[in-house]
Design a protein around this ligand. Structure first.
Ligand code: NAP
Length: 484
C-alpha cells in the first residue's frame, strides 16, 4: 500500500492530539483480509490509556462547548474538506484493512464525510424554545446543551462512516469524544483523527483508543463517571451488554445494532428495477452490512422472470482483491465470517433449500466466497432468523401481501426493509405495516446524511444522521424565570 500522504498511516492511539504508544509497549496486528499480509502493528492500549483519554476529553469539553456553533462548524467544515481531499488515500487504506473494493471504499469516504459536512451546518440550528406560560409572573424557556464526554464504539464493516456518523453530531453539539474503533480496522479511524488535528480541531476533542481488549475498554467507558453518553454500532449481543453496563451510572445510550432485512418483490414490480435494487442491497460490502437484504421474498407470479435475471446478475459479479479494477466483491473479514456462511448454507440445504448459484468458497483464497443464491427457503431455516453477513441471497416464495408482511415482521430485528411495487395503494399499506426504522421503496441503497438512520425493536435505540442525529448528544434544559 503506497499512500500519497504517508502521514495518514498512524499506528498509535490519539489522546489529546498526541500519538501515544501503549504503556506496556505491546502492539497488535492489522491484517489485509485479501491476502493475510500484516498491514501495521498498532498500539495495544488498555484501561489506563482510556482513562487518560476520558480525562483529556473532559478537560477539552470545558473550552469546546464555549466555542460558538459557527466556530465549531467552521473547524468541522475544514475537516470535511481535508477528508475529501484525501479520499483516494483513505479509500486505499480502508480496502487494505477491511477488504471492500476500492470504488466502494471511496463511496464510503464520501458518505462518511457527508456527516461531517451536514453536522457542521446543523451546529447552528440547535435551537431552544420559548413556551407559552401558564402563569403571568413567569416565563418558560428551554435550551439544548451538549451532554458532555461521549464514549463511542464502532464496527469493522464501515470503518469511516460509522465513526463520522457519531463524532460529527457530538462535536457539532459541543461534546468531546473517546472512540474505540474495531480492532480489525483501526487505521481508518486514526487517519480521520490525523485529519481532524490538521483541520485545527483542538486537543482532547477527538480521542481514539486502539486495542483488542474490547471488553476492558467497553467496561471503562460505560462505567466511568466522566462519560455521559455511550454511542455504539455493532452486534445486538454487545449492544445489550453495553446497555446493561451503562445502567450503573445511568448514561444516555444510542445503539445501532444488527438487522435481518426483508426485501419483498411484489407481482407488479418493475423486474429490472427490483433486480438492480436487490443486488445493490444484498452484495454491497460482500453482504456484510447491517442493512443488507437478508431475506428476499418474491411473489409467485413474478418469481420466474425475477429469478432468471437475478441469477444472471449474481453470476456476473466480479470477485477479487478490492484494489483490482472492476472487482465488486472482496474477501470476507475473517475466517469466522466464512464459517458462519458455511454453517447457514449447510443448515438451509439440510432443511430443503436449493443452491442455484455459487455455494462455496472461492479459489482466490480462504476468505473469498462465491456470490451465492439459495432458493426454496422457509421460516424453519436458521438463515431466516440470523444475519448472514456474507454474499448469499436467501430467496423465499410467497402468495399474498399479508403473508409477505407477516414473514417480513417475524423477527426481533427492525432496522431496514425494502419492497418493490408500482402500485400506490400497496406502497402505503406495506410501508406502514413494516416494523422497521428504514424502508426502501423501489430502492436498495437508502443511507444519506440528511435522513434518520436507526432501528426499531432489538435493532437499536436512537437515530443517526438528519436533524434528529443531534438529539442524541444534547440535554434539554428548562429555565423557569419567575417574579416577573
Ligand atoms: P461486534 O462484535 O458487536 O463489534 C462491534 C464493536 O464492539 C467493535 O469495536 C468490537 O471490538 C466492540 N466489542 C466487542 N465486544 C465488546 C465488549 N464486550 N465490550 C465493548 N465493546 C465490544 O460487531 P461486529 O461483528 O464487529 O459488527 C457487525 C455487527 O454490527 C452486525 O450485527 C451489524 O448488523 C452491526 N452493524 C450495525 C449497524 C447499524 O447502523 N445498525 C451498522 C454497521 C454494523 P473488537 O473489534 O475489538 O472486537
Amino acid at each position: 500500500m503506497v499512500l500519497q500522504n504517508s502521514a495518514l498511516l498512524q499506528t498509535q492511539s490519539f489522546i489529546n492530539n498526541k500519538w501515544v504508544a501503549a504503556r506496556s509497549g505491546k502492539t497488535f496486528k492489522v491484517l489485509n483480509p485479501a491476502n493475510g499480509a500484516v498491514v501495521a502493528n498498532v498500539a495495544e492500549c488498555t484501561e489506563a490509556e482510556t482513562e487518560a483519554a476520558i480525562k483529556a476529553a473532559s478537560k477539552a469539553f470545558v473550552l469546546w462547548r464555549k466555542k460558538t456553533a459557527k466556530e465549531r462548524g467552521a473547524l468541522m467544515r475544514k475537516w470535511y474538506e481535508l477528508v475529501m481531499a484525501n479520499a483516494d488515500d483513505l479509500a486505499l487504506l480502508m480496502t487494505t484493512e477491511q477488504g471492500k473494493p476500492v470504488a466502494e471504499a471511496k463511496g464510503e469516504i464520501v458518505y462518511g464525510a457527508s456527516f461531517i459536512e451536514w453536522f457542521a451546518e446543523e451546529a447552528r440550528r440547535i435551537y431552544g424554545e420559548v413556551i407559552p406560560t401558564p402563569l403571568n409572573d413567569r416565563r418558560i424557556i428551554t435550551v439544548r446543551q451538549p451532554i458532555g464526554v461521549v464514549g463511542a464504539i464502532t464496527p469493522w464493516n464501515f470503518p469511516v462512516s460509522m465513526i463520522t456518523r457519531k463524532i460529527s453530531p457530538a462535536i457539532a453539539a459541543g461534546c468531546t469524544v473517546v472512540i474505540k474503533p474495531a480492532s480489525q480496522t483501526p487505521l481508518s479511524a486514526l487517519a480521520l483523527a490525523w485529519l481532524a488535528a490538521e483541520a485545527g480541531i483542538p486537543e482532547g476533542v477527538i480521542n481514539v483508543i486502539t486495542s483488542t481488549d474490547a471488553a476492558g475498554i467497553g467496561q471503562m467507558l460505560t462505567s466511568h463517571p466522566l462519560v455521559m453518553k455511550i454511542s455504539f454500532t455493532g452486534s445486538t449481543k454487545i449492544g445489550k451488554l453495553l446497555m446493561q453496563q451503562s445502567a450503573s451510572t445511568v448514561k444516555k445510550v444510542s445503539l445501532e445494532l444488527g438487522g435481518n432485512a426483508p426485501l419483498i418483490v411484489f407481482n407488479d414490480a418493475d423486474t429490472d428495477v427490483a433486480v438492480k435494487g436487490t443486488i445493490a442491497s444484498k452484495y454491497r460490502n460482500a453482504g456484510q452490512t447491517c442493512v443488507c437484504a437478508n431475506r428476499i421474498f418474491v411473489q409467485e407470479k413474478i418469481y420466474n422472470s425475477f429469478i432468471k435475471k437475478y441469477r444472471n446478475a449474481v453470476k456476473a459479479l466480479k470477485v477479487g482483491d478490492g484494489t483490482e479494477a472492476g472487482v465488486q466483491i472482496g474477501p470476507l473479514i475473517d475466517e469466522d465470517a466464512v464459517k458462519k456462511v458455511n454453517r447457514l448454507l449447510k443448515d438451509a440445504v439440510k432443511r430443503g433449500a436449493d443452491i442455484t448459484v455459487g455455494g462455496e468458497g472461492h479459489g482466490l483464497g480462504k476468505l473469498f466466497f462465491q456470490p451465492t443464491v439459495i432458493e426454496d427457503c422457509t421460516r424453519k431455516m436458521t438463515v431466516f432468523s440470523e444475519e448472514i453477513f456474507g454474499p448469499v441471497s436467501a430467496i423465499y416464495k410467497f402468495t399474498t401481501d399479508e403473508e409477505a408482511i407477516d414473514l417480513a415482521n417475524d423477527t426481533e430485528y427492525g432496522l431496514a426493509a425494502y419492497f418493490f411495487t408500482q402500485n400506490l395503494n400497496r406502497t402505503w399499506h406495506v410501508a406502514e405495516a413494516l416494523d422497521y426504522g428504514i424502508v426502501g421503496i423501489n430502492e436498495g441503497i437508502v443511507s444519506h446524511a440528511e435522513a434518520p438512520f436507526g432501528g426499531m425493536k432489538e435493532s437499536g435505540i436512537g437515530r443517526e444522521g438528519s436533524r434528529h442525529g443531534i438529539e442524541e448528544y444534547v440535554e434539554v434544559k428548562y429555565l423557569c424565570m419567575g417574579g416577573l
